[in-house]
Design a protein around this ligand. Structure first.
Ligand code: C5P
Length: 297
């Protein structure tokens, strides 16, 4: 049994403050996009988790979030048998696209079905929260508000369909390091002024792509772009090549260009791909997914 695991992007990421448990309080609008890994799961008679595939950056060992997800499901379900899982990576790693989190969420969903566990979406989200802050959102996908440390979800009206140029630099960003470097509050989108999340939610309620791209924002940009000034140049290049707006996803370093038009996205992607200046940067074109489309994947 297999399923596609979609990447996520942030339409907004407001950091509200630091918490005593080492996490940051956030308010963010998350969106799944049609850029996928693939997870295949089979039941085996030997007990344990047998993981294959992955990539050099996401090796198929015990450190992989898929391994941890599968082991957690077997333990909670009280199953003595095992599973063989094959992971095909396509979503870049340490990119701000939650690829590993999505692989883990899809592993939970697949095993729920394969082993006939009968867990509800809410039950799977609770389990997912034990694996990481972004994992619960990827159980349902689509468009949602994530608060707390990112694990508390509220459904939002689906975003109008649009296209993304997804550009991953030839280096990664560590989420804990990025949050740590944010330092002490106040933060740009924090309690002291209206952050991007409220504006993005208003744009979603109005169903307006124009209002949405005017509203998007990410408080972590200042950290990651502060370390890598070329990301600012990359944002400007995407807009110069026709995107309406450009924004970093999550803790980065992936930069997203937004457009309503597939041909504009493909032309901008080609311009970046063909430029010697951006050699080594990975480029993809993907459209937004609704929760329903994600489930069909
Ligand atoms: O939850 P997850 O394991 O993905 O988080 C990884 C790290 O990122 C945390 O240990 C923390 O350092 C940082 N983080 C944070 N605030 C969040 C989410 C993650 O500080 N809301």
């Amino acid at each position: 049994m297999q399923m596609l695991a979609p990447a996520k992007i942030n339409l907004s990421l407001d950091v509200l403050g630091r918490r005593d448990d080492g996490y940051h309080q956030v308010s963010m609008v998350m969106q799944t996009i049609a850029l996928f890994d693939r997870v295949h799961v089979e039941e085996v008679s030997r007990s344990g988790v047998f993981l294959s595939g992955g990539s050099s950056e996401a090796p198929p060992d015990r450190s992989n979030l898929v391994y941890r997800a599968a082991a957690l499901v077997l333990a909670r379900a009280g199953r003595t048998g095992g599973v063989a899982i094959d992971l095909v990576k396509n979503i870049p790693v340490a990119a701000g696209l939650a690829g590993g989190s999505s692989d883990a969420a899809i592993t939970i969903k697949l095993m729920n079905r394969l082993l006939g566990l009968g867990w509800s979406l809410a039950e799977m989200e609770a389990l997912a929260a034990e694996l990481g802050s972004d994992v619960p959102f990827l159980i349902r996908g689509g468009t949602a508000l994530a608060s707390g440390r990112g694990e508390q979800l509220t459904a939002l009206p689906a975003a109008p369909t649009f296209w993304l140029v997804v550009v991953k630099p030839p280096f990664g960003a560590s989420t804990p390091r990025v949050y740590q470097a944010l330092g002490a509050p106040p933060y740009p989108g924090g309690q002291h002024r209206e952050g991007a999340t409220a504006k993005v939610m208003a744009a979603l309620a109005a169903g307006s792509y124009g209002a949405l791209i005017a509203a998007v924002g990410n408080d972590l940009e200042q950290v990651t772009i502060g370390w890598h000034q070329e990301l600012q140049e990359l944002k400007e290049a995407l807009v110069r090549h026709g995107c309406d707006r450009a924004l970093m996803s999550g803790s980065g370093p992936t930069i997203l260009g937004f457009t309503e038009h597939e041909d504009v996205a493909r032309q901008a992607a080609q311009a970046i791909e063909q430029s010697a200046y951006w050699s080594g940067y990975g480029v993809w074109v993907a459209k937004t997914l609704t929760e329903q489309e994600g489930n069909e994947g």
